[in-house]
Design a protein around this ligand. Structure first.
Ligand code: C2E
Ligand code: CA
Ligand code: CA
Length: 633
């Protein structure tokens, strides 16, 4: 029996037999006691256990809370540091939640949108977007970008924005994700105004002429090519006008390059102002301009424009109170007649301009296929001539000059001949001008002077001992500073007497007077070279420079000698030239005397010397020897 039951029985039951008589009852009660005791025990134990677990959990929660707080502090610290870092960078950075609200913004971003933090965060996402869009030059393109990222949230965006305040920004935008959960989008805007401006400047420089600011050849070709596409579609005509100023060099040479530059600036502004909208004026370089006239159905429109330009250039431009007038020559090529490509149209307009120039300048010419033939011919001469300069495929012939008083040969004029690659002899009127245009004349002149010096040496002690040699000098030779040095060193090298050498100069030497002309002329005079004016009377025939440069001799142009007769107009001219020259102490040569009648007239006006087919054509060296021998005996 359970101990507690036993004690209870002993204390409260006097008759213990009750227990014996009811064993089952007391057994059951005893069992109940045992069961109760066991339950109690279990309950106690459970209570004990729970409270210790609770303690444990409690303390673990405590420490977790502490951990969390320190983590929170760390996160806050990290966020503050991140914000500080973001605030120091020049790029504007902001982070936008999926609903359009801002979650982060740095100082540069606040500066970019020109709001402070409180003002910004007081705006709704929609207001914020509108505020931003108002600043953009092209808000629609940014709205399109936003649509794109709405459709594909992972899209990485990169682009450029122009703000109404003139600034340019490059932007990048990336999705913010955490374990593939979309958190929003970060935007970064970088100010690229300076780079953009310098890029624009470089691009402008690449496509514009620095002096006048006009489009250059590259941009013109681009514009013409583009306009040609449009013209083809609408069956329109286009015109390309090549403008070259006539004798512009004169301004540079006489007034200096600054005035020349100023003239170019003003003349281009003047031409530009006279054009229709859509027509483009460009500068190809130097004094060459190109006007490209937009599509038209009527060619007459092109004609009006060129008439206007020609007229404009006949009006003077005043620079520093001095009036300068420089006319121009214009060549015109038209699409579709003359070509379908920009290059081709420019080339043909150039040929037409060249033709206009040859027709006496201050005029205009259309392109026509004949001009192309002439240009092709020039081109082939050009390349052959370059080759011949290297191979020295030239030779000299000599035309005697006769002293009318003594009837003796006083000298010869050396005239150049070119043996071309086909072995044909080419006369100077077919190649000298081209050589001048392509810059080969200096080498030709040098070859002639050197060959003349060689002959002066070789002829010593022969029948040609006292024969002077005259050489033809191009006006362009005076453009080179080195010309005088070359002449001096060649004379010294061959040890020839400079008096035996004569330079025949045309009046164009004085017309386009280069800055070296004066000093070169004085130098040649000083060292004793005989100076003659060739083709006198055919140019502007001024006597002023005869005195200034101490000219020795005048060669009256053949056009006055041909068919000259007593009392004719030519006679009057030749006589007055001779009279004036005599008074100035200058000798006179009559050129191109072919008949004895002409000779008689020439003798009557007392010309000093005579040259022409009547006496002799230009001869090779051997024939010259024979001629001199015969003539002098
Ligand atoms: P230019 O200096 O007036 O030379 C005279 C030209 O007239 C020569 O022609 C000569 O042969 C020609 N001539 C001479 N007498 C008569 C005549 O009685 N009747 C006719 N109808 N013609 C006559 P060419 O040799 O053909 O020379 C032509 C031009 O070429 C020269 O004219 C000169 O301006 C230039 N030239 C010739 N040689 C040279 C040179 O070495 N250098 C340069 N720069 N030019 C040259
Ligand atoms: Ca000559
Ligand atoms: Ca001549």
């Amino acid at each position: 029996m359970h101990k507690l039951l036993n004690r209870i029985v002993k204390r409260y039951l006097q008759d213990e037999s009750l227990v014996e008589h009811n064993p089952k009852l007391f057994f059951a009660i005893s069992e109940a006691f045992v069961a109760h005791e066991q339950d109690q025990y279990m309950l106690d134990r459970t209570l004990k256990l729970t409270s210790s677990e609770l303690n444990e959990i409690n303390s673990s929660l405590h420490s977790k809370l502490e951990e969390n707080e320190s983590a929170k502090a760390q996160v806050e610290e990290a966020l503050a540091r991140q914000q500080a870092v973001l605030d120091t960078i020049p790029e504007a950075v902001c982070s936008v939640r999926p609903d359009g609200a801002l979650s982060l913004v740095n100082k540069s971003a606040l500066a970019l949108i020109e709001l402070d933090q409180d003002e910004l965060f007081a705006l709704s996402p929609k207001e914020m977007l509108n505020h931003w869009l108002k600043k953009l030059v092209d808000p629609n393109s940014f709205i399109n970008d936003l649509k794109k990222v709405n459709d594909q949230f992972r899209l990485q965006l990169n682009g450029y924005l122009e703000l109404k305040n003139g600034k340019f920004y490059e932007f990048f935008s990336l999705a913010e994700e955490l374990e593939s959960k979309y958190l929003g989008r970060v935007w970064c805007f970088r100010d690229v105004t300076v780079t953009k401006q310098s890029e624009d400047k470089l691009r402008h420089q690449a496509f514009h002429d620095p002096l006048t600011g006009l489009p250059n050849r590259l941009l013109l070709i681009e514009s013409i090519t583009h306009a040609l596409e449009v013209a083809k579609r609408y069956e329109m005509q286009l015109a390309v006008m090549f403008i070259d100023l006539d004798d512009f060099k004169k301004i540079n040479d006489t007034a200096g390059h600054d005035v020349g530059d100023q003239y170019l600036i003003e003349v281009s502004a003047k031409i530009n102002a006279s054009l229709r909208t859509g027509d483009i004026l460009g500068r190809l370089g130097g004094d060459e301009f190109l006007v490209f006239l937009e599509g038209s159905k009527d060619q007459r429109e092109f004609i009006y424009v060129k008439e206007r330009i020609l007229k404009l250039l006949n009006e003077p431009i005043i620079i520093n109170t001095v009036a300068y007038t420089v006319t121009c020559s214009i060549g015109l090529s038209i699409y579709p007649n003359d070509g379908a490509e920009a290059d081709e149209l420019i080339r043909k307009a150039d040929m037409a301009m060249y033709h206009a120039k040859k027709n006496g300048k201050n005029t205009f010419s259309y392109f026509n296929p004949k001009l192309e033939k002439i240009a092709l011919h020039r081109f082939s001469i050009d390349s052959q001539l370059r080759e011949s300069i290297k191979n020295k495929d030239f030779f000299l012939v000599y035309q005697p000059k006769v002293d009318l008083q003594t009837q003796s040969i006083i000298g010869v004029e050396a005239l150049i001949r070119w043996r071309n690659s086909d072995g044909q002899v080419v006369f100077p009127d077919k190649f000298i001008q081209i050589a001048e245009e392509i810059g080969l004349i200096h080498q030709i002149t040098q070859w002639v002077i050197q060959s003349a010096c060689e002959k002066l040496v070789e002829w010593r002690g022969t029948a040609l001992e006292n024969c002077n040699i005259a050489v033809n000098i191009s006006a362009l030779d005076f453009n080179e500073d080195s010309f005088t040095n070359f002449v001096e060193s060649t004379i010294r090298r061959y040890a020839v007497d400079a008096n035996c050498l004569e330079f025949e100069l045309t009046e164009s030497v004085f017309l386009g007077e280069s800055k070296y002309t004066k000093s070169a002329m004085h130098f040649f005079k000083k060292i004793g070279i005989v100076l003659s004016i060739d083709d006198f009377g055919s140019g502007f025939s001024s006597f002023s420079y005869l005195n200034e440069f101490n000219i020795d001799c005048l060669k009256i142009d053949r056009s006055f000698i041909s068919n000259i007769s007593l009392g004719s107009r030519s006679f009057a001219i030749v006589k007055s030239i001779t009279d004036v020259a005599k008074n100035l102490g200058i000798k006179v040569v009559a050129e191109g005397v072919e008949t004895k009648e002409e000779l008689a007239v020439i003798e009557s006006v007392h010309c000093d010397f005579c040259q022409g087919y009547f006496f002799s054509k230009a001869l090779n060296e051997q024939d010259l020897f024979n001629f001199v021998k015969c003539y002098n005996t």
